[in-house]
Design a protein around this ligand. Structure first.
Ligand code: 58G
Length: 250
């Protein structure tokens, strides 16, 4: 998969290459990330790509032309593969696991990071295919949202997750939230210091059952709306009923 990012801070977005599973995916060439600075396509001699808003008001607006010229260069480089242009914006559709899966299954995308008060709407109208938001808050630029999307999509690429764990088994796809995790030591001082016995039992079927029950239970407790959207099997409904009965007993 190839991802192109349009940003006034390419060195920042390029940092993704250095860390974690995204960095590994990039280094092992399952993933290509190219950054593009619209300043390199500025029309003005001073390399500025912002101007004052028509109609007045505070702040500056990103000009359409340097962004369109940057996109044209990206399309030439990608060879017109029909990759969608994504704009990170608080006005966008909520970015969620379904969006991450959809983008992970595509040959890639171009993500545009806005700055200032916004982008000339004519660029949005003529060039942007999808507007995405990572949540209901405004940030000073689209870079952190874009890096969030890139991370979520990159870790779903085959080979980026550990071999033992496919994207299809990943949290949200099957049972909503993930089950709790434990590692050594087996006992830490305090009332909740014991690792649940089943995880030390070596009984893999019992462990899988416990994990799925806890995952469903946590989703029921914390994210009932998400639970309602899952197509639970009869077996999963049974596990959840067991979890609820155990909760009521406590
Ligand atoms: C229109 C208006 C286009 C995304 C503003 C672009 C971006 C939060 C999110 C902008 C963002 C989010 C200006 C700065 C958007 C730009 C950018 N803040 N919730 N800030 O995903």
């Amino acid at each position: 998969m190839r991802i192109d990012a349009v940003t006034l801070f390419p060195e920042w977005v390029d940092q993704l290459e250095q860390f974690g599973v995204v960095g590994r995916g990039l280094r092992e060439q399952r993933l290509t990330l190219a950054t593009w600075n619209p300043r390199d396509h500025a029309v003005r001699a001073d390399r500025r790509i912002d101007d004052r808003p028509y109609g007045g008001g505070p702040g500056m607006v990103m000009q359409a032309t340097p962004l369109s010229t940057t996109l044209a260069a990206i399309r030439r480089d990608r060879g017109d593969d029909g990759a969608p242009v994504v704009l990170m914006s608080p006005a966008g559709e909520r970015f969620d696991h379904a969006w991450a899966s959809r983008l992970a299954a595509s040959p890639g995308f171009v993500v545009v990071c806005g700055r200032y008060e916004g982008i000339d709407q004519r660029f949005v109208d003529s060039e942007v295919d999808i507007e995405l938001s990572i949540g209901d808050y405004v940030l000073s630029g689209g870079e952190l949202p874009a890096m969030t999307v890139i991370d979520a999509v990159a870790r779903l690429q085959t080979g980026v997750l550990g071999d033992a764990r496919s994207a299809a088994e990943d949290s949200f796809a099957v049972s909503g939230l993930d089950h709790p995790h434990y590692t050594r030591p087996p006992v830490i001082d305090g009332p909740q210091g014991q690792v649940p016995d089943v995880l030390l039992s070596g009984d893999h079927a019992a462990i899988a059952r416990w994990r799925e029950k806890r995952a469903l239970g946590l989703t029921w407790l914390r994210r009932p709306g998400l639970l309602a959207e899952l197509a639970l099997s009869e077996r999963q409904v049974g596990l959840l009923q067991e979890f609820i009965a155990e909760q009521d007993a406590d």
